[in-house]
Unconditional design. Structure first.
Length: 379
């Protein structure tokens, strides 16, 4: 092994801690064992020293609240040292496109932004900016920045350090002594957060569609009739061609990312907590003639409950009765959509409605299967 590839034991243990989510209590015991056997090394006794835990936090005031910036590079380095995945596990069209645009091996980061309420008794909330290194074997998110305030950020000022570091890494990214090309592969957020980050109209506005230039109309709510409209592109968004769609310029224009192609729509809210929940609530608690008779709802519930013993532990939640539909989580709606729905509804909904549900569920089942095969390296 060449001298360049030798990683210090402290760095390796640090990567191991991050990869397996080892707490400080366990790490402290491990360090005591190592020192107790007089193993020659320069490891500290305190896990906070080994993990380079920040003692002083630079809290800034920005965007109407308090803000701490931890940085991208430290998280990327830790995830890089945890080991890299085979190329087949993340060779999506976006990654292939990005790799073809850069001169060095690609290191790409997925960014997640969302609001988290601190408690139910007040309006205090966190807005973390999280990152995941696509190429790393450790897919646990790392914290890039953290905003805290009485409401969501009032402007995009708190994103300035993030954008500045992205620009610096795009120009020069050195990890473990080797040059890489850095890019943001995607920004993941729900509809309100996407609207805030892109500084565009909300999803329920007349010009709120993120994928086309169709103008909505009011029919109890804003709806988009035409499905064959001019699509939005990264270039048209950057040049703000559809002025009605934008509230102003976004700070994210300064980094190399397509604000249409690399900001995907939120599957959880659109499909699981959107269409799937709406269908089930319409069948269970909706108005006639769409609401199912009580006996049919009970029959569907019995079928779902019979499936419970056959669900492996890999499922986060097992099926339960439709009587509890108001308390269903997104994973339960996903389970109904991908697995149990076609079985539970068989013979209850008429042929046309059942066929319509199958048309809805099959494409998502197919895409979900492709995703699992891709993650396993099979395709």
């Amino acid at each position: 092994m060449s001298q360049e590839t030798i990683v210090p034991i402290g760095q390796e243990i640090r990567s191991w801690v991050l990869k397996h989510n080892v707490n400080h209590s366990c790490l402290r015991d491990l360090l005591k064992i190592i020192h107790g056997h007089n193993i020659p090394c320069d490891l500290p006794l305190d896990p906070r020293t080994l993990m380079e835990t920040t003692r002083l936090v630079n809290v800034q005031q920005a965007s109407g609240g308090s803000f701490v910036y931890f940085g991208i590079m430290s998280g990327v380095t830790d995830r890089f040292l945890a080991g890299l995945r085979p190329l087949s596990q993340f060779s999506s069209p976006i990654h292939i496109k990005l790799q073809n645009q850069v001169p060095h091996p690609l290191l790409s980061v997925r960014i997640g932004v969302d609001g988290i309420p601190v408690s139910k008794s007040n309006n205090k909330q966190f807005w973390p900016v999280l990152g995941v290194l696509d190429q790393s074997q450790c897919q646990t998110p790392f914290v890039i920045a953290l905003y805290y305030g009485n409401s969501k950020p009032t402007d995009q000022q708190f994103l300035q350090p993030f954008v500045q570091e992205c620009k610096e890494l795009e120009e020069n990214c050195i990890v473990a002594g080797k040059p890489f090309s850095f890019r943001i592969s995607a920004i993941l957020a729900d509809a309100p957060a996407r609207s805030f980050l892109k500084n565009c109209k909300a999803h329920n506005a007349y010009h709120g569609c993120e994928r086309c230039n169709e103008e909505g109309t009011w029919s109890g709510r804003v709806i988009y009739h035409d499905s064959n409209c001019n699509p939005r592109s990264d270039l048209s968004f950057e040049e703000m061609i559809d002025e009605d769609h934008h509230n102003g310029e976004t700070i994210l224009k300064c980094i190399s990312i397509g604000l249409v192609s690399q900001v995907p729509l939120d599957y959880m809210h659109l499909v699981c907590l959107g269409v799937t929940r709406k269908l089930l609530r319409m069948w269970v608690k909706g108005k006639l003639p769409h609401r199912l008779p009580s006996r049919d709802v009970l029959l569907i519930s019995k079928r779902l409950l019979r499936l419970r013993p056959f669900f492996p532990s890999s499922f986060q939640r097992k099926p339960r009765s439709l009587v509890e539909i108001d308390h269903f989580k997104a994973t339960e709606f996903r389970t109904f959509l991908l697995y149990t729905g076609v079985v539970a509804l068989k013979g209850i909904k008429d042929r046309k409605q059942y066929k319509c549900f199958c048309y809805f569920t099959v494409p998502f089942s197919y895409c979900y299967l492709l995703m699992l095969l891709s993650l396993s390296g099979t395709v």
